[in-house]
Design a protein around this ligand. Sequence first.
Ligand code: GCB
Length: 595
Amino acid sequence: MPGRGGLLRPQRNQHREVLDMSGLWRFQLDPQEEDEGAGWTRALPASRMIPVPCSWNDLFDDARDHLGLAWYQTEVWTPSAWRSQRVFLRVGSANYAAKVWVNGTVVAEHQGGHLPFVAGISAQLVWDRPNIIAITVENKQLLGRVPPGPGEGGGGVAGVLGGYPATTYDFFPYAGLHRQVWLYAVPAEAHIDDVTVTTTVEGSDGVVRVRVDAVGDYAGRGRVRLNDTEADLAFQAGAAEATLRVPSARLWGPRDPHLYPLTVMLVDGQGRATDSYSLEIGIRTVEARGGRLLLNGEPATLRGVGKHEDFPLHGRGLDLPMWVRDYELMRWMGANSYRTTHYPYAEEAMDLADRLGFLVINEIPAVGLNFGDGPDANAQRLEQAMRQIRELIARDKNHPSTIIWNIANEPFAGEIGVNQPEAVEAGTRFFRQLNAEAHRLDPTRPTMLVGVMGGPPEWLDIGDVVGINRYYGWYTHPGQLDAAVRVLEAELDDLHRRFGKPIVMTEFGTDTLPGHHANPPEMWSEEYQTEFIRRYLDVAAARPFMVGMHVWNFADFKTGQGTMRAAGMNFKGVFTRDRRPKAAAHFLRSRWVER
Ligand code: GCB
C-alpha cells in the first residue's frame, strides 16, 4: 500500500496544536522584483493590509491584472509550550509560485497554485518576541508551468479567446494566498506523518486497511481504532499496517454517506498514547468495469456540474459560505456529483463532499496544455504535473467522495482541430506517465483524461474512464440543436465501439444571459440553455455507457476580458455568479431530483 509524502491536515488534539494565521496581513506589490536583500523579508516599505485567505485581484484597482510578484507579511507569537514540540508552517494554496521566510530565513519554496506545502520551522522560531513570516506569491503565466502560460503564439483556449490577461484557460488568473496559512506543533520525537486508508468489501463486511507512517525510523508500537474495534500497529522503519473488519458495514454512497471515525495512535512502552490523529472514513469501492462505473459493485450515474472556486471580492480565496450554499443548491437540483474543474478545491469542500455523499472527479490543474509547444515546455510541465498528482493524492486519498483522479482537461496537439502527429505522440508519452503515477500512488481509484472537441481520440483511452467536453449546438452548429444532437449521437456511439469504457460528458452547456428569453429558443437565452441541456441528457439517457453528465457550469464565473466573453464573464452557469437560478436550474431539478 503506498504511503509517505504526508500532507495530513493540521489537527488539534491532546498531542497536537494548530494556529490559524487567517486575518489581515501586510501586503505589497513588487512589480520590479526588488532585491530581497533590501530587507523586505522583515519589513515592507509601503504596505497596505490584505485579508488571508483571499485573491488580491478584486481588492485593489492597481492589483486587478497584476500577476507578478507580491509580498505578504505578518507577525506571530508562538506559545512557549511549543518549544519542546516540532513546529511546521503549512500554506494551503498560494497561486502560483511561493517562497516563505521565517525571521529572514527561507524555509520553503513551492510551485503550483492549489495544493498545500509544509516546512519545518522549529530551528527558525524565536520565543521572546513575535516571529516575522514573509511570503512572496507570483502568478506569471509562463510556458513551462501547469497550467501553462500562452508563450509565443501559444495556443490552448487563449488562442481562441484572446483574452486579457492572456491565459491558456478560460477563467480569471486569480492570484494570492488562497487558503489558510497554519502553524502547527506535533510531538518532537516520534509523530504521525501520514495515514493511508483503503477499503474493500467482502460479503457484508467492510475491510479497512490502514497504513501509518511515522517520522524517522520509528520502530515502536501504535494502535488504530475504528468505531469500537482496535488493532495493534507494530512499526518497522517508520511504517505499520493493520486491517480491521466492520461486520455489516454501512457502505458510503450518495444515498447514505455514512462515515466511520478512525483514530491512529503511537503508544509508549506503558501503552500510553504519545501522538494521535483522527479522521472520518467511508467504506466503499469504486471501479470502472465493463463499460460501467461501479460504486460498491452497483452501476453509478453521475449527475452534476463542473464548477469554479470563484466569487466576487474573494476571487479564488477560501469561501466557506459559498461552499455551504453551493452544496445546498447542488442538492436542490438533485446533483450527486461534480468535477473540481480545473484545479484541486479546498480541503473543506472535500470534507463536505464526504459528509453529503457527493461523487467527486478530482482534477489537477493540467488545463491548457498544448503539446505543440515543444519538448522543453513539455518536460517542464511533466515535472510539475507529476508533482501535482502526487500532492493531490497525498492530500485527498482518504476522502471517500473522490472517486476518480482526472489527469488533464482539454489538452491540445498543436492547433485546435489539427492534431500534429509529433504532438500527439508527445502527449501520449506524457499522459501515460502521469496516469501510471496516479495508479502507482493509488491503485484503488480509476483515472480519467478529459478530451477537447476535435482532440486526439487516442488520448481518451489512456485513463480508465473517458471524459469528453462537447459543445455541438454552441461552438459548432450554433442555434441548430437537431444537427448538433445527430453529431453527438454518432460520436458517442463511435467512442463506445472504439474504447468500450464508461464515458462521462464532463462539460456541455451554453452561455446564457440571465433574463434573456426567446421562443423558439435562440442562443444566449434561458430557453436555449434549457433545451440544449434537455437534448444532451436525452441522448445520454438512451446510452447506458454514458455514466455521467456534468453541465458546464454550476454558476457564471469571471474570465479575462475579450470579445468572446461578455463583461469578462463566462455565462454558462445554470446559476448566476450570485447563485440565482436560471431556468435551466429549475429544469435540472425537475429532471434530477429523485422523488
Ligand atoms: C471548455 C473548458 C472550460 C471552458 C468551457 C467554455 O471546454 O474546459 O474551461 O470554460 O469550455 O465555456 O468554453
